[in-house]
Write a protein that binds this ligand. Structure first.
Ligand code: SF4
Ligand code: SF4
Length: 332
């Protein structure tokens, strides 16, 4: 469903947990079991590793013990660079995600230097940050450094998490993994709809993580776009331009185009060009004569539905095409 570097994830749910979450709770049989998270999540990240205190071979041993079908990763910090570089080579060899845990005060210069060096090892890399750390300078440096994922700690943000995700998503940098207080499908979806590619849960209830992973997979299968944005006029991020009409009247599309750095005429030309030769080009009977200008499948419209039927497209095919369109439209 989701390719990031050499990782191929089956769904957008990630679980983070420390070694102690698998072991060390002597009063619980369940927690002794390294199959505690049974592998339905797309990604399982072994968290909270301080390479000043534990060796890489310990990390390797723990990772080897975890029996899961999920793709594996590990999240590390260290006051010295060399152990981190060694971890980067280890991650690349084993196709693990490596994460630099910058939450406990790694400064921006060291972080961007490390990201550049680690990326030279061919490692698929995430950096765990809080939104306050992500200044414009750091965001720019990370965009240019080849970082694959920004793991954004949004816990305790009381509902402002989706807004934060939108702001960062609109900068078109690395993929976004949002760590939030997720209690149900809607909590996860509100972050995904604003441009998060992944949602991470810290030591979740295993049954909930299992349910959410499967539900997300099914949702993607049915809808064709698990993290589809809202329309721009409903507060969606810039990917929502894929659903916008030609900018012929005063509406929020103009502001969105300004933010995206695309002139209105250029937007019209780009959309027409990208639709050419694809099933989106057609759309007789719709408002603007082409499906490339049409709204989300979740907005009922008999004109679009008739055009889709004529073209032999399901809603899922349609949303999949819009997903590709959004990616191409925003490519700089
Ligand atoms: S162009 Fe259409 S979809 Fe886009 S913001 Fe304006 S009214 Fe909404
Ligand atoms: S035809 Fe329907 S889906 Fe297409 S732009 Fe008009 S209202 Fe939106």
């Amino acid at each position: 469903m989701l390719e990031v570097g050499y990782l191929n994830l089956d769904n957008p749910i990630a679980i983070t947990c420390s070694k102690d979450d698998f072991h060390g709770h002597h009063d619980s049989h369940e927690l002794h079991d390294s199959n505690r998270f049974n592998g339905s999540a797309g990604l399982l990240i072994l968290d909270d590793i301080d390479l000043d205190k534990v060796s890489l071979s310990d990390v390797e041993a723990t990772l080897n013990e975890i029996k899961t079908a999920s793709t594996l990763g590990f999240s590390v910090k260290c006051s010295r660079d060399e152990p981190l570089m060694e971890a980067a080579r280890f991650a690349a060899r084993n196709l693990y995600l490596m994460e630099l845990d910058a939450l406990s005060g790694m400064n921006a210069v060291r972080l961007s230097d490390l990201v550049k060096s680690i990326k030279r090892c061919g490692t698929t890399l995430s950096a765990k940050l809080s939104p306050e750390m992500l200044t414009e300078d750091l965001a720019r440096a990370l965009r240019n450094s080849g970082l694959d994922i920004i793991h954004l700690n949004l816990s305790g943000m009381n509902g402002t998490g989706p807004k934060m995700v939108k702001k960062i998503s609109d900068q078109h940098g690395p993929r976004i993994m949002a760590l939030g207080d997720i209690g149900d499908f809607e909590d996860a979806e509100s972050l995904l709809a604003m441009g998060a590619d992944l949602v991470s849960l810290h030591v979740p209830d295993p049954d909930f993580a299992d349910w959410l992973s499967k539900t997300m997979k099914e949702y993607d299968h049915l809808s064709g776009w698990y993290n589809a944005p809202k329309h721009i006029c409903s507060g969606g991020d810039l990917r929502g331009l894929a659903f916008c009409c030609p900018p012929v009247k005063q509406c929020p599309v103009l502001g969105a185009l300004r933010r995206a750095g695309i002139a209105p005429e250029e937007f019209v030309n780009r959309k027409i060009k990208l639709a050419k030769g694809t099933p989106l080009e057609n759309g007789e009977g719709t408002c603007f004569g082409s499906l490339v200008w049409c709204c989300k499948a979740s907005k009922p419209c008999y004109l679009r539905e008739a055009a889709l039927r004529r073209a032999g497209l399901s809603d899922r095919d349609y949303m999949n095409l819009k997903r590709k369109l959004a990616e191409q439209l925003l490519k700089t």
